[in-house]
Design a binder for this molecule. Structure first.
Ligand SMILES: [Zn+2]
Length: 397
């Protein structure tokens, strides 16, 4: 299933709250509300396929669907555990009506890690098949099966052996579907990595996305006219939407890797001296201010700290009393992309920019809005996600 990478300029296609239902080795398992529809579709989609009608067949389908989604979870945890091995933080694994998604922090730039993380999902299903095969074979032998055809005819049959063979069959389908070179499915990521080494990441992504969307359109036509499956229709639409979002994110990301933080830093009259009275810091409005001495950064006066101080008596106190000493600074040539990563990791709202040790200006989080508006055709949407996260972090702080 697609790996969704949490990051800027990325928002889930279905903006609905998920519920955390379990926690496996520190990773939340979440259910999207649409997961409930699966059972509605069981009645529409699966009864058609399932042998016979009546209660036993429906009960069989419900159990089967639950087991298949367990295999989807297995697939997602394959991704999640491999990602953690490569130092990528995994937010959660969520199940919706159209499958699973493992949400994680920005993947490493290194293609090899991305390929390994992508392949470990299908590998988990393969491991499941290998582990199950002897049990299914044995059950078949006990039932007097003599050929592979005997096994094949039990697929979708509402019986214990039917459950086992259908589960194997479903895992084969999960693997086949995921290794298609349709971005953002797992195979598409491997395909993109191969293209990246030839034509670069930005162009590689663009090609992989076009191929992925072509696959999705074929799948969409197939699911409407041949399979007549609601789940497949939704899945193809999902692939088209996510592939588009991914392409745009990579475009924004490469542009942000080219931009330097120096271009967006604000001089702000060279900051403020540590011996100045605190009241001076309020001139020009409430904001984060760099504290400098002889042109060098010695601290930062955070606006929320300043705000807290306003309630008390300010007279007699200096900037140096309230500032944070030895703050994190960035070099004027640091790419905007790396600055964004740093600010997210350290939960910073602003960062002083220096050149050869001297203060050159302050870069504040709201400058990202300006940057997004230059890069994205839909800056409001792109920035909203970022701002919401930052504001929430501020409110909690
Ligand atoms: Zn996958």
């Amino acid at each position: 299933m697609p790996l969704e990478i949490a990051g800027m300029d990325r928002y889930p296609p279905l903006m609905m709250r998920s519920w955390t239902v379990a926690r496996v080795s520190g990773i939340d398992v979440r259910l999207h509300p649409t997961f409930a529809f699966v059972f509605l579709w069981v009645l529409i989609d699966w009864r058609r396929v399932g042998a016979g009608n009546g209660g036993s067949s429906i009960a069989f389908s419900v159990i089967l669907v639950l087991l298949i989604f367990t295999c989807v979870l297995l697939h997602e945890f394959g991704h999640a555990f491999m990602a953690r091995q490569h130092g990528v933080r995994v937010h959660d694994v969520s199940l919706s009506a159209i499958g699973g998604v493992a949400r994680m922090e920005q993947l490493p730039e290194e293609s090899r890690a991305e390929v390994l993380i992508a392949l470990s999902g299908p590998a988990a299903n393969l491991a499941f098949i290998i582990a199950m095969a002897p049990i299914v074979l044995l059950a078949g032998v006990v039932s007097g099966f003599s050929s592979l055809e005997d096994y094949a005819t039990t697929v979708f049959e509402p019986s214990p052996i039917g459950l086992l063979t259908t589960l194997l069959y479903a895992n084969v389908l999960i693997i086949v579907f995921n290794v298609l070179p349709a971005f953002p499915m797992d195979g598409g990521r491997v395909f993109r990595a191969a293209l990246t080494s030839a034509v670069g990441r930005e162009m590689g992504t663009r090609i992989a996305v076009v191929v992925g969307q072509a696959f999705a359109v074929v799948l969409l036509l197939f699911s409407i006219f041949v399979a007549q499956s609601v789940i497949l229709v939704l899945l193809s639409v999902f692939v088209i939407v996510v592939a588009y979002g991914e392409e745009r994110a990579v475009r924004v990301e490469s542009a942000m890797r080219r931009m330097r933080v120096g271009q967006f830093a604000l001089w702000d009259s060279g900051g403020i001296g540590p011996n100045q009275p605190l009241t001076n810091a309020l001139r020009g409005g409430l904001r984060d201010i760099t504290v400098t001495e002889g042109g060098r950064v010695v601290g930062v006066l955070w606006r929320n700290r300043l705000l807290a101080e306003l309630g008390r008596t300010v007279s007699g106190r200096t900037v140096g009393d309230v500032m944070e000493r030895d703050p994190i600074t960035v070099d004027i040539d640091m790419p905007i992309y790396d600055v964004h990563q740093l600010m997210e990791e350290q939960d910073l709202w602003a960062v002083p920019v220096i050149e050869s040790g001297m203060y050159r200006g302050i870069f504040t989080g709201d400058r990202f809005l300006h940057i997004y508006s230059q890069l994205s055709p839909d800056p409001v949407q792109a920035a909203r996600h970022f701002i919401e996260r930052r504001l929430l972090a501020r409110l909690r702080a």
